[in-house]
Write a protein that binds this ligand. Structure first.
Ligand SMILES: [Zn+2]
Length: 134
């Protein structure tokens, strides 16, 4: 009876663990491209704070402090530049800007007439609108 109870308990525990795992696994958090850069930025800020603290309590010489601070600030600048580059990339490739071939659909390659919607044939000159891309 005790063995049977122990078995039931063990199965219940395993089922619980597996159940929790199964619930956690299917939805991995979507990883932001900024995540690792933000983490690096936070780490550098933390290092700068530590550095200032150590300098204030007299653990570091002026020279060491200035050198390390310069290194960290350089690192910080490169991380910030990476974040900016990534942001610019996301803006350029984002859905707000229409892809180039959608734009071509709206402008007749023959007469240059512009249209609100993509057309099969130009409303001005009647030429096929997609000929330019073929
Ligand atoms: Zn036309």
């Amino acid at each position: 009876m005790i063995i049977a109870l122990a078995c039931v308990l063990a199965i219940a525990v395993i089922a619980f663990i597996l159940g929790v795992r199964a619930k956690d696994l299917p939805e991995p958090e979507p990883e932001s491209p900024f995540l690792h850069l933000d983490e690096r930025k936070a780490a550098i800020y933390e290092n700068l704070r530590d550095l200032q603290f150590e300098y204030r309590v007299g653990k570091l010489s002026d020279q060491d402090y200035q050198n390390t601070k310069k290194d960290l600030q350089g690192e910080l600048a490169s991380v910030l530049a990476e974040i900016d580059a990534l942001k610019a990339e996301l803006v350029l490739g984002g859905p707000a800007v229409p892809p180039a071939n959608t734009l071509n659909d709206l402008i007749c390659a023959y007469c240059g007439a512009k249209f609100e919607k993509p057309l099969k044939f130009c409303g001005e000159c009647g030429k096929p609108m997609k000929a330019a891309q073929a």
